[in-house]
Design a protein around this ligand. Sequence first.
Ligand code: MGD
Ligand code: MGD
Ligand code: SF4
Ligand code: MO
Length: 742
Amino acid sequence: MDTTEARTVTRICPVCEACCGLELKVAGGKVLSIRGHDADVFSAGYICPKGVALKDLHEDPDRLRTPLVRRDGRLVPATWDEAFAEIERRLVPIVERHGRDAVALMFGNPNVHKLGLLMYLPRLARAIGTKNVFSASTLDQMPKQLSSGLMFGHWLSIPVPDIDRCDFLLVLGANPMVSNGSLWTVPDFRGRAKAMRSRGGRLVVIDPRRTETAAVADAHHFIRPGGDVFLLAAMVHTLFDEKLVRLGRLAPFVEGVDALRDAVAAFTPEAAAASCGIDAATIRGLARELAAAERGCVYGRLGTCTQEYGTLASWLVDVLNVLTGHLDEPGGAMFPKAAAFAANTQGRAGSGRGIAVGRHRSRVSGAPEVYGELPMGTLAEEIETPGDGQVRALVGIASNAVLSAPNGPRLSRALDTLEFMVCVDLYVNETTRHADVILPGRSPLEDVHYDIGFPQFSVRNHARYSAAAFDADPGHPPEWAVLTRLAAIALGRGASADPAALDDEWVEADVRKLAGEQTGAVLAAVSRWRGPERQLDLALRGGPYGDRFGAVPDGLTLAKVAAAPGGIDLGPLQPRVPELLRTPSGKVELAPGLLLADLPRAAAELGAAAASDAPLRIVGRREVRSNNSWMHNLPLLAKGPERCTLLMHPDDAGRRGLADGALASIRAAGREVRAPVELSDGLMPGVVSLPHGWGHDLPDTRLGVAAERPGANLNALFDETRRDPLSGNAVLSGVAVEVSAA
Ligand SMILES: Nc1nc2c(c(=O)[nH]1)N[C@H]1C(S)=C(S)[C@@H](COP(=O)(O)OP(=O)(O)OC[C@H]3O[C@@H](n4cnc5c(=O)[nH]c(N)nc54)[C@H](O)[C@@H]3O)O[C@H]1N2
Ligand SMILES: Nc1nc2c(c(=O)[nH]1)N[C@H]1C(S)=C(S)[C@@H](COP(=O)(O)OP(=O)(O)OC[C@H]3O[C@@H](n4cnc5c(=O)[nH]c(N)nc54)[C@H](O)[C@@H]3O)O[C@H]1N2
Ligand code: SF4
Ligand SMILES: [Mo]
């Protein structure tokens, strides 16, 4: 495929949830340039610097090309066969001696951006069969998944703002101008927000920092970190109090209105004001504005999840959308209908089994399982605490938990005590340096791509596929085959089992469950594809827009999607209630018992104002040229001013004798990190901000560029035992810190 002649290829960006279409000029195995793909039906040419930096990722000399195996304490290059043989030799005896729960699985964020990883993770997890599954989900969005699952019946039925038709958007704890959206695939948020405002619409932001999004909004209100539950419950209270509840078309499909009214009775705007730092008149005004909006929507994201009341806040966001008649309405909070893989397009429409939590509990702290996972914050104790069921081995896939999870230093020490650790990753970084075997993923440009998750959260329905831009080294297997070989080892088939054969077995079994006697015909219809593409073709053809294997001749197939380089537009979002619901009642559950039972915890804190001598509270922030922990080694993104700075209000800094640029010591939980101060009046007084994902100064990593400006690890300050009790999500925001001159 690689000739020296330049050619143009298109590719969906695998970095963030915006999923922009890129246009690459390539020649002779090299990237000449990357720009936005103007003809992409979904992103229409939008791009950010991280998309351009895929060239640096592809060419990064520190990116691993061969497996590494630990010999005499050092990670040294090995062949793929040697690496898998080592895994079999070390992992299998641990399972035989101590059982399947002795192996923990740890998944990071890039799994959801890679077709081969996301599709084969469940298979690997089933093959290993452990209850000890941990992922970045409990550092991120698990509260929203739980509240959505309880309300709508599936973990991924999460409504998104229909921004292109909206005229009042209330955003809490999200900064889409920088993050480009989350649980909301919205390329070019800036352009869409601008268009909304020029239609006369209003954007209002609630955030402890005057963010880049707040800067382009019509109004911004500071909120005390962790205060969202009070604000939102008081808005709900106001809607009832002022008789503004208007269920509209959804009225026959909503359950629990009366229980909800009773549950928020104590949350008067006056009582909530002190707890959230927003005055009662403003709270009432926001509720009235939302109720009066023809097409309005409330959206909450990371800042509303990574806190003590993450699930309650996530729930109340959608309660407000329902009570004001904005759920499932154009311009409101709508449910996308993805072309493939969406559980809410499968099975019987209109009702279902709903979701369950707590089917098992973590061994040491008894934390309930949520969506099959245990809280990331409990991983270290599961490794450290002796006894039956102790974690002795770990399989880490695209996770840098030592930087991304609370109390990384403890996790780092715990990982060192494992009997065996294997990682699938691109780098030797702060986490993978602990591994005994590292299996490198390919450059994303060497893989085919189709987003499984993000079309379920997209502002328009669409189907887009990318072929690989480059041929990989023929000896370098795709990640789906790597995971399949790991699964084969776990299944006792040996390190040299053929992944393609196991994949054939899996696919046949899956198809047989759905197609019965038609299995042979269905498999024949998709026989030109293998690996993830075969499953993708199956999902597209059997999906809501599919050709149903011939029954709907003009329906979608993978071949059809692949032949459309800018993708296929499937139109604006459409109302989906009740068809989408999978709750046992067949209704939207406004007042799930699990959530009502947690509300008194918040009510007990009502009216507690911040004392004048209250400690500083720390919040995170994201930056356009950085993506969590793993893109700091790319020269294009690394250049420019220092990013890992402590933002501080001048008054807070002055009181501590800290000038702009001074080195600050930041302390909590007996640990300290240091970062230069950057003065900013855009912070709520009493709140400081440091980005996460930094701290590249640990020994034995191989990140030459990142190590030059390592920054400080925010998560080193956090207590891994603090979490939202319902979802198990870590508290990563609003933690009390002491700051002084270093
Ligand atoms: N304090 C604080 N902590 C946070 C957050 C916060 O806002 N504040 N945010 C949280 C959030 S939202 C998230 S999602 C987590 C992220 O937590 P993680 O997923 O643990 O962190 P990442 O930095 O995304 O690291 C991903 C890892 O995947 C590897 N990788 C990248 N691409 C590929 C690939 O194609 N294949 C393979 N096999 N590996 C790859 C990288 O080298 C890296 O090791 O961090 C969380 N931590
Ligand atoms: N450039 C860039 N883009 C990214 C990422 C990245 O690292 N860099 N990471 C990607 C990932 S994994 C994710 S999950 C998304 C996240 O995307 P977003 O959800 O937009 O997350 P953030 O940009 O971290 O914004 C969270 C906001 O919450 C505020 N906040 C903190 N505490 C509270 C609180 O208690 N209440 C309220 N109301 N606000 C609070 C913070 O000040 C911050 O402005 O971004 C994705 N996109
Ligand atoms: S916004 Fe996200 S998806 Fe788009 S180019 Fe940037 S990193 Fe890639
Ligand atoms: Mo995330």
